[in-house]
Structures are given as C-alpha cells and as structure tokens.
Write a protein that binds this ligand. Structure first.
Ligand SMILES: N[C@@H](CCC(=O)N[C@@H](CS)C(=O)NCC(=O)O)C(=O)O
Length: 350
C-alpha cells in the first residue's frame, strides 16, 4: 500500500530519517544507519523535502518514518528505543551486544552520553560569545542554504535566543558550568585512554554507546570552537575517531568483536567511575526533585554544588536503567554488579 508524500513512497525502502547536522542525536542515528548499511533518505528539517512528511507527536529530532501496526507510516522519535526497533527490523551489523551483561554496560554508557554529555554540548554551544556567533551563523543555514542573507541572520538571532533561554533546562548555569567543563575534560582523557586499547568503546566493533558518544562529540569536537579547541589540545585521538565514526559503512565487524565480560579493560571501568561521579548523582537528585514536586534539583556532583530545574524525561531514564538491570537473569545481574562495583554506578540501584 503506497503512501506518497511528494515523490516519496514512504512505504518503499529506503527509510526516511528527518534530522539536522547540528543535532547530536540525529548524527547518532544517521551514523548507525550508515554503519548498518540500512538504505535511508536523510531529510533536513525545514528543507523543501521535509514538507508534507508525517509529524511526530513530540517535535524532536531525529525522526524516523516507520510503518506502524496499522500499516500507515508515522514519524517516531527518541533514538534509544528506535535503535532497538531497527535491531528487530534489520538483520546483521547489530549495534546492541549479544551478551546481556555487555549490552547493559553499553546501554548505561549510551544513556550517559545522551543525557549527561549532552549538557556539555549545550553548555559550550550557548555559553560563550564565539560559539554562540558560529552557531547562530551556521545552524539556520543548515536548514536552508539558499535563504536570503537577512532571513538567515534573523533566524540565527531567534534560534540563539531560544536556545540560550533553554540553558537552564539542560542545567548550564554559573554554578554548574565549571562542573560540566571539568567533566568534559575528564571524558576526553578517559576516552582517549580507552580508544588506545580498542578500536571502539565496546570492542573491535561499535555498539550503541559508540554512536551516542560520537553524536554529542560531532558537535563538541567537530563544530563548537571552544570545546573543539579543548579536545584538539587534550585528545587529538578522539577528534580523529569522531571523524571516522561518521561513516562506518565500509567497516567489516567480526561477529565476536564485542568486549567479553571476562576482559573488561580498566580503561572502560574508569569511564563507569566517571559516570558514577557525575551522571548518577544527577539522576538521583533529579528523581528526588521530581518526586517532591520541587522546582529545583539541588545535589552535589564531583564534590561541587549542582542546581538546575528538574527534567522529567531523565526521571524516565533512571527508571529504564533500573528496569534494564531487573530484566537481567540473576547470574547476569550479579556479573553487572561485580563489573560496576566501586564505580559509584551501583548507587543507581539503591
Ligand atoms: N531522547 C531523544 C532526544 C532528542 C532531542 O532532544 N533532540 C533535540 C535536537 S538534538 C531536539 O529536537 N530539541 C528540540 C528542538 O530542537 O526543537 C533522542 O535520543 O532522540
């Protein structure tokens, strides 16, 4: 049953993804479609090709146009469940590790990148004049390169104002700025060390966590001037790695290329210690604020005060992480607990 929008039959392959170059989650999902060699149309939001396409319930990027149970193509959002949907719909070159224990570590690291590292991405883009100027100049032009100059300039100012007003939502403010920046610098050093031991974070083949880190880093080390300069000075290896993950369609992954639970390197455990130091106390502080209906999340992160507005979506992230662990077999759960012991991540599970 065809479902045409313009000359697109949404039912026939290739898949349609609506995203933006400046959207870290869009880059994450596109990176996976390329690696998995899933044929797709990349449609930039706001471009002429995006007109008339089905709209999602919540206007987020990226959007994947997928046939629903009733056969009609609908726009779906949220990269994490969409990745699992693609694992179910497409054979081979999967990005979710086969061992449930390694898959859980991959999911926790993916969530850290999606929900904590994104704070650095947002902070560095909208906290400093140099970065604001570049984002305001380029982001609107990514949506429409042939727009009249005045329109692009005006759109840039409007977009910058909207995003700067949203800084509080993601938690970038004078109190949290130094915490975010120090955490970003530690992440660069830790990732640099880990990528010295293996080609990808999850082994010799990339997992969902690789693409989640890559997604945020496409902006942090590849676009925004201040954070890119920090990365080039501290971890040129990571800068180079991000460029390569942009298109892994030519990589031939070994079936057994995943990390094994018996050989989780110290460099990966160190990444979980960073997650335990910054993301876990935030998730718990956020959950407490949501539970109390309070306007502010107030907690201590990396021995520093942290304050921001509560974020409902990240309340769900904590629940999903707990349910993910609960869903493991007794043996696998014990193995995950043993691997996370002493990292601080165990605090997630009470
Ligand atoms: N959890 C979602 C997050 C998606 C998200 O927040 N996307 C941003 C762009 S990177 C967005 O759409 N922000 C609102 C906007 O730009 O209108 C995912 O993983 O896909």
């Amino acid at each position: 049953m065809a479902q045409f929008v313009g000359r697109f039959d949404l039912h026939s392959a290739p898949l349609t993804i609506v995203g933006a170059e400046g959207s870290p989650y869009s880059r994450k999902l596109r990176g996976i479609l390329r690696y998995r060699r899933i044929p797709h149309h990349w449609v930039t939001r706001g471009s002429p090709e995006s007109h008339g396409l089905p709209k999602p319930k919540v206007e987020l990027l990226p959007q994947l146009l997928l046939a629903g149970a009733d056969g009609r193509v609908e726009a779906r959002v949220d990269s994490t469940p969409l990745i699992r949907e693609l694992e179910a719909r497409y054979e081979g070159r999967c990005v979710v590790p086969t061992d449930p224990v390694i898959a859980y570590l991959d999911a926790l690291l993916e969530d850290y990148a999606d929900e904590w590292l994104t704070k650095a991405m947002f902070h560095y883009r909208w906290a400093y004049p140099t970065d604001i100027a570049k984002a305001a100049a380029i982001l609107p032009r990514w949506f429409k390169t042939n727009a009249p100059e005045a329109d692009s300039r005006a759109a840039g100012e409007v977009f910058a104002k909207r995003q700067i007003d949203r800084l509080w939502v993601v938690g970038s403010n004078p109190t949290t700025g130094p915490v975010i920046e120090e955490s970003y610098e530690r992440l660069l050093t830790l990732l640099d060390a880990h990528l010295t031991t293996s080609r990808f974070v999850m082994g010799s083949r990339p997992g969902a966590a690789d693409f989640a880190l890559y997604g945020q880093l496409t902006q942090l080390v590849g676009f925004d001037p201040t954070s890119s300069a920090v990365a080039l000075a501290a971890a040129p290896r990571v800068v180079a790695w991000v460029d390569l993950v942009d298109d892994l369609s030519g990589v031939e992954p070994a079936e057994d290329g995943w990390l094994s639970r018996a050989e989780v390197p110290a460099t990966l455990r160190a990444l979980f210690t960073e997650i335990g130091r910054v993301y876990v106390p935030f998730l718990l502080g956020n959950a407490e604020a949501l539970a109390n209906g309070s306007e502010r999340v107030e907690c201590t992160i990396a021995e520093r005060p942290w304050v921001q507005r509560p974020f409902p979506y990240q309340g769900k992230c904590l629940t999903w992480l707990r349910e993910g662990r609960e869903g493991l077999s007794v043996g696998d759960r014990a193995a995950v607990d043993a691997l996370l012991e002493g990292s601080g991540c165990e605090a997630l599970f009470g």
